[in-house]
Design a protein around this ligand. Sequence first.
Ligand SMILES: Cc1cc2nc3c(=O)[nH]c(=O)nc-3n(C[C@H](O)[C@H](O)[C@H](O)COP(=O)(O)OP(=O)(O)OC[C@H]3O[C@@H](n4cnc5c(N)ncnc54)[C@H](O)[C@@H]3O)c2cc1C
Length: 455
Amino acid sequence: MKKYDVIIVGAGPGGIYAAYEIAHKSALSVAVFESGHALSGRKCPIDGKKIKSCIGCKTCSIMSGFGGAGAFSDGKYNITNDFGGTLYEHIGKERAIELMRYVDDINMKHGGEGTKMYSTSGTALRKVCMQNKLTLLSAQVRHLGTDINYKVLGNLYDDLKERVDFYFDTPVTDVEVSDGGYTVLAGDETYTCEKCIVSVGRSGSKSLEHLCEKLQIPTKSNRVDIGVRVEIPAAIFEHITDELYESKIVYRTEKFEDSVRTFCMNPHGIVVNENTNGIITVNGHSFENPAKKTENTNFALLVAKHFSEPFKESNAYGESIAKLSNMLGGGVIVQRFGDLERGRRSTEKRIAEGTIRPTLNATPGDLSLVLPKRILDGIIEMLHALDKIAPGTANDDTLLYGVEVKFYNMEVDVDDHLMTRYPGLYMIGDGSGVTHSLSHASAAGVFVADEIIGE
Ligand SMILES: Cc1cc2nc3c(=O)[nH]c(=O)nc-3n(C[C@H](O)[C@H](O)[C@H](O)COP(=O)(O)OP(=O)(O)OC[C@H]3O[C@@H](n4cnc5c(N)ncnc54)[C@H](O)[C@@H]3O)c2cc1C
């Protein structure tokens, strides 16, 4: 039975930055177990030619492996307490921001130098938003871009591989409480440790749920965000994206007083499929490399759905809606905004006649058959509101891809040290429900590492 001082489950941002901090600031022995592949082995088989859609690999290379769910992401590190998680509720606003900046410094030392930091402070857009019933959230955003983000991860791995034992393709199947520590079952082996950090992200949500149930760690779950990904000519949003890159704008609908928000903006980017537990949803990427830039900008419009007792299956609700789009479209559905407003489906012909070239090969269809009316009405209202600050957003040819679902992991009951009711057992990152972003998950990793090493 191999012994470590610290075992980390999951090599996403939460796990990586925890390992980095411990390895650089202490002599503790650390092992990281990851159900996915090493970074170099992560390759989604979809090539757009031979394999056009998801074939359901045993471990999804987009969501799992060194770098976690964010490895092929746009690498936007938002330094803010306004969105991306509620880490500040546990560790305080100042410390949360301090740690996000600390992570940014690490990224800059590992290949990120030269990338741009955007900020909403002092922008004239805030007033324009207010004048149009929109609210611009405050943030600084470091945009690494997909290619630099990947490079930073590669450099972090090179930095850590001699200091930390990495076990790839090795899912942890159980964690048991043992005398003075924890026993971790991974592959066919058993390992022990004094401290255990569980950072399994969204893809590990089901196994984490079972673990919490087994160890009687309280959890709650009541939110899912549902919506579409909007694709428009980049020129329409250029005055916003050139200045801020990523703007989080919130709109309160007149009809239902629901909040609709923009999410994950990708100037000159591409729309991509995302596979969550076999369900295909939509997401977006953009690239730093000018050669990879497209003519389009994409962003999500999401409506938050909160449920109250007795319903607890908020993610299952989101999954059912995504499944419906998969059933009708065989994957993601794309529709022109003009077709949606006229109550007709989009067809290959109508899309081809439009002025926007889709960057994702999705099935033309009718999103009104998929999305609940209240959510769809909210999205339509917000597109018209955005049209006032970026004329052209609500044009007929604007493309809507559905569905985009933002699943929230159940919230694990952790204290202000991000520790469960078991001393030395930490649950962090998106898996814990406390974070929903690269910056917050990474900061949480550094935070628990500092707790462990007494920094
Ligand atoms: C396409 C895409 C784009 C995104 N873009 C951005 C962005 O630009 N900015 C942003 O802030 N956020 C973005 N996100 C979200 C961001 O990636 C996540 O918030 C972040 O990765 C969470 O980090 P984490 O460490 O908590 O979990 P994850 O990154 O999900 O990592 C968890 C890891 O644990 C592993 N694991 C799960 N179960 C087990 C187990 N039982 N045993 C061993 N290993 C296990 C998984 O394989 C995974 O690698 C994006 C997400 C996606 C999918």
